[in-house]
Structure formats: C-alpha cells, structure tokens
Design a protein around this ligand. Structure first.
Ligand SMILES: [Zn+2]
Length: 354
C-alpha cells in the first residue's frame, strides 16, 4: 500500500539507532531496542526501517492541539494556573489495557487524522495565544523524539517552557540530551511491581525509576502520577513501597498525584477506583512524610489542596483544575506561618511575556 501524502510529510531520519547486518537496524531510543528488518515498524508504531535506515513516521504530525490548564497534566507546583499548549501525535511504547487515550496511542500514522505543524508553527501558536508553556502529552511524547527536541529548542529560544507528560520509558542517553530543553515533567509510575510492568503494561519498572531520578538530577521539575487501577496496583503494600522509594530517592517535596481510574479501552469490565481507596492512599503517603500528595480525577475533595508542610493549613485550594484560594506570599511562603512551600515560578498571571 502506498503511504498517504500526510505520512510522507512526517517521515524524517530518526536519531538513536545502529545499523546491523543485512540492512537491519536496532532502535536505541527506548529500552525495547527493537531490531527491525527493512520495511518493519517498531513496537511504538512510529519508527520504521526503510532500506536499512531508521525513520520517524510522525515528525510534525499532530493528533491533537489544545490549550489546557497546567493542572490537567497534572502539574500542581509549576506555574499554578498557567495555560499550556498541549500537542500529541500517535503511538506508544507501552500497552496499558486501561489507556484513556487509546484512540491515538493505538492508532497508526497511516490511518489517523493528523495535521502537519512544523516546529516554528508551535512557537507561532504560543505567541498568538500568549501561552509560553508547551506540553508534549496525550500519547507518549518520547517516541516523537526528533520533533519534540526541535520544538523544545525553539520554545526555549522564544523564552517559553517545555513540559513532558510521559511514561518515562526511554534510554538514558536520549533522555539526557532532551532534558536540556525540558523544564518540567509529569512521569507516570504505573505500578510499583516489576511483574506488573512486564506482564500487563509491557516494559520494565527499573528504567522508569532511573529516569525519574535522572530528570531531577538534570534540574527538571518532576511530579509523579500513580493511577490506581482496581485489581492491578491497588494494594496498600505496593503503594507504600512507591511512597518509601520517593522519600528515599527523591525526597518529600516531590508531588505525588494519586489518580482515579475510569473504565476505558480493554478495561471496561471493572468499576472506577473507589474514592475511599484513593483517600486511604493519600493518608498513607502523608503519614509516611510526603509533603505534597493529591487525589486526582475526583473534583470537590480536600485531597486537591496543597497544604503547608509546617502548619498544615491549606495554602492552595483547588476545585478540579481551578485554583479557588491562594494563600502563598509572592515568594511562595505560607501566608499563615511563613514556611517556604515548593512552587516553581509562582502563580501564573496573564501578562504578555513574549
Ligand atoms: Zn504554614
């Protein structure tokens, strides 16, 4: 079958691979390290061997372009209240059976409706809407590497900020290079059991954890998301191990979002996560010593608030993605007791910066 003109537009030489005998290539972008015969596409669905060289099939091909609140990523401690231009393509290097975005993560570049947006076009959109934040999100952005890197460089040159919303499944070298242009990331830790990663998600836990640490070491602001899926990762024991890992390896200031699962994709046969489970995990994480713990996807409960680590009062009150009360000083100190609260950049105000 002839590729569609749209797909041809998205084909560009890929980075991070090595040539093998017989025109085979080994992709070195993510820990899968797919070995591809000519004509074959990697597990991500968007990187292909064409006549002995590796190409990305989705350079500049966007499946969604939207402006979201930054809280939706979720990021609660990075310019709270900011709008963020959010872009995605298709494909993923994981196989989560509960994927909420499976219509794009499981779509192939040939069949999906994709709009071409060159890197300069992203900066133009930033300027037109006066939104200096760009998120690479909805599908896994690391498999869109070449484009994300090119866009991210231009965004930085224009004075903007780059945010990755990612599963963290990438090799260290590509991550290290890309991290130079990344300001913040939300990384999904999808389970704290290596077997769940291997059997259910398709991948390994260890590289994800290493990459979380690597991002922090490179100065990237990191928040973590743990989606609680009934029957998969909802034991308090497993969640407790994650909390202790965060405390030991990252420290108490890393925000942890405990989010509610809703039936989707192959997991339509089970109910949403009981709110009670989410609140129990929230208490557990707070009791163990994490400062900033949130219950996500449940609007209208106190697990949406940021509490002062010293006096315990609510310093940022939210309802869903909206900030409804702000009790921090201009230098991000608690208005009640003066303790510093970890917020990068402070509350976003609409002023023309670009
Ligand atoms: Zn306080």
């Amino acid at each position: 079958m002839r590729p569609s003109p749209v797909t041809e537009r998205g084909v560009r030489p890929a980075k991070w691979y090595e040539k093998l005998e017989g025109k085979r290539v080994r992709c070195l972008l993510c820990p899968w390290k797919c070995v591809l015969e000519p004509g074959r596409v990697g597990l991500c669905g968007v990187r292909a061997n064409k006549d002995g060289e590796l190409f990305t099939l989705v350079y500049g091909l966007a499946s969604s372009i939207a402006i979201d609140p930054i809280e939706k990523k979720p990021l609660y401690h990075f310019y709270p209240g900011a709008p963020i231009l959010s872009i995605s393509t298709v494909g993923c290097n994981f196989r989560c059976p509960w994927c909420q975005n499976w219509t794009i993560t499981r779509a192939s570049p040939e069949k999906a409706w994709l709009e071409y947006l060159d890197p300069e076009g992203v900066v133009k959109l930033m300027k037109r809407y006066d939104v200096p934040f760009v998120a690479y999100t909805y599908n896994e952005p690391l498999i869109w590497y070449e484009y994300v890197e090119d866009v991210a460089k231009l965004v930085k040159e224009a004075g903007g900020f780059n945010v990755l919303v990612t599963n963290g499944y990438v090799n260290s070298e590509p991550l290290e290079e890309l991290a130079r242009y990344i300001d913040a990331a939300n990384v999904d830790v999808k389970a704290f059991n290596p077997l769940t990663y291997l059997k259910v998600i398709g991948g390994k836990l260890e590289p994800v954890l290493q990459n979380v640490k690597a991002l922090r070491e490179r100065g990237v602001h990191v928040e973590l998301t743990y989606l609680v899926v009934p029957g998969v990762n909802d034991s308090a024991e497993e969640f407790g191990k994650l909390v202790r890992w965060v405390l030991d390896e990252l420290g108490p200031e890393v925000p942890l979002h405990i989010t509610r699962f809703f039936p989707a994709y192959k997991f339509v046969d089970r109910p949403p996560t009981p709110v009670e489970t989410l609140l129990r995990f929230w208490e557990l994480a707070r009791r163990e010593g994490l400062h900033y713990v949130y219950v996500g996807n449940v609007p209208g409960q106190s697990g949406e608030y940021t509490y002062c680590p010293r006096c315990g009062k609510a310093v940022i009150k939210r309802f869903g993605f909206d900030i409804v009360e702000w009790n921090l000083t201009n230098d991000n100190r608690c208005k009640f007791c003066g303790a510093p609260v970890h917020v990068v950049g402070g509350r976003w105000r609409w002023t023309s910066r670009l």
